[in-house]
Design a protein around this ligand. Structure first.
Ligand code: SF4
Length: 428
């Protein structure tokens, strides 16, 4: 039994398996067990006991989400109910779902099928960003093979459970990480977040009960069903179950994806990546992607799970660690993030649509050594006024400002030094 339930069956060259090869590796056992031995409620209870939380960034308990959906599906009555799989992955620094979709499409299909059975979905739509052509091709091929062998379609494995599955090419927008915007995109509308309530579990895609789950979350499901909640919990270093696919990028010697026990520390991950590149020193890192607060050397031994990372003042997010060394200017790094999020704003509300480009420009001015003390004061004010108090329609604006808020708090002296025309750290 592998201690790497997400990637243990991947080939060295990360090429997808044929269905026959996947089965020889033991693939499909979780689905067979789920359909033959467990009721949908029992599977949800198993996922709850395993402690699986959403790996798309928010960390919401997966079992709760499935329970809401099951209730919504029962209330809605006959008709389609949807499980949408978010494989868009536009978050800066995040590239984990790509591996799971490209190298292990059968695992995701199996996890999505078990999830659909548990929550009462009749149709699965896997949304894959357009640049991930290899992932979309691998999934499409694996879906056809599954249909031809009775693992998808009508009466799966003789259980009476019917399910259709398809891949949808996404234009690739950060905002589709927001589930209602993803649903709008699937309906052919502009991907703009929708008001909640009603929640998608009650009225989602085409007005029908819908759940959106992340690729990594669903990829963990088959092994939980096969080996049990206790086994999955036991893989973790903390009381948050399982393993995590950490993606380390930036100033490390060997940027890479690492499946490691939940709660692995940044120090351990950086060591596995060969340390900070070119013998330089760590300056700071973001533990969960571009929209998470910076941590520093003092936090290298924080177990990277949802609770500990939050306690340290940041968040686990997608587990995409972005590393800055002592030659990487944090003002430049924050400016790059800001330009990305400004570009990705859906344009619905003013603090995001107009505020983020304005902040990006101000940061450019400061980075170029042409800013004033008043500019830094303005940034402080903007961050305070745009805080996490619901002044924007969705969390994109708040998330985008998180590295700025954190940077102003932690690296105020570096911002101030830029006013004198110099950066004490260097350029990224
Ligand atoms: S904060 Fe407002 S403008 Fe920005 S992405 Fe969300 S809804 Fe759109």
């Amino acid at each position: 039994m592998s201690d790497k339930p997400l990637t243990g069956r991947a080939t060295a060259d990360r090429q997808p398996h044929s269905l026959a090869a996947w089965r020889r590796l033991g693939g499909g056992a979780g689905l067979a067990l789920a359909l033959k031995r467990h009721s949908p409620e029992a599977i949800i209870a198993l996922i709850e006991a395993a402690g699986l939380r959403g790996r798309g960034g928010a960390g919401f308990p997966t079992a709760n989400k499935w329970r809401f959906m099951r209730a919504g599906a029962e209330k809605a009555g006959p008709g389609a109910c949807y499980l949408c799989v978010n494989g868009d992955e536009t978050e800066p620094g995040s590239f984990k779902d790509r591996l799971l979709m490209e190298a292990l499409p059968q695992q995701l299909i199996e996890g999505a099928t078990i999830a659909a059975y548990a929550m009462g979905a009749t149709e699965v739509i896997i949304l894959v960003r357009d640049e991930y052509r290899a992932a979309a091709a691998a999934l499409s091929r694996a879906i056809v093979e599954a249909e031809q062998t009775g693992l998808l379609g009508r009466d799966i494995l003789g259980s009476g459970f019917d399910l259709t599955m398809r891949v949808h090419a996404s234009a690739g927008r950060y905002i589709v990480g927001e589930e209602t915007a993803l649903i709008a995109a699937l309906e052919g509308e502009r991907p703009v977040p929708r008001h909640r309530p009603p929640y998608p579990a009650v009225s989602g895609l085409w007005g029908r009960p819908t759940t959106v789950n992340n690729v990594e979350t669903l990829s963990a499901v088959p092994s939980i069903v096969e080996h049990g909640a206790e086994w999955y919990q036991g893989l973790s270093h903390t009381n948050e179950g399982g393993t995590k696919l950490y993606g380390v990028s930036g100033c490390v010697a060997r940027p890479q994806l690492i499946e490691a026990p939940m709660g692995t520390t940044a120090r351990e991950l950086f060591d596995l990546c060969g340390g900070i590149r070119q013998g330089r020193a760590l300056f700071a890192f973001q533990p969960g992607g571009g929209a998470t607060a910076f941590l520093e050397t003092a936090e290298l031994d924080v177990p990277l799970d949802f609770a500990h990372t939050k306690r340290a003042g940041s968040s686990l997010g997608t587990g995409a660690l972005i590393v800055l060394d002592d030659h990487a200017c944090p003002v430049a790094a924050i400016g790059r993030h800001m330009r990305f999020y400004a570009r990705e704003s859906c344009g619905l509300c003013t603090p995001c649509r107009d505020g983020l480009p304005w902040v990006a420009k101000l940061l450019d001015t400061i980075e170029a050594g042409k800013g004033t003390r008043g500019d830094i004061d303005l940034l402080h004010q903007h961050v305070a006024l745009s805080g996490p108090s619901g002044r924007s329609y969705c969390d994109l604006n708040t998330g985008a400002l998180t590295p700025l808020r954190s940077g102003l708090e932690r690296f105020g002296d570096i911002f101030a030094a830029h006013l004198q025309g110099s950066c004490p750290v260097g350029r990224a």
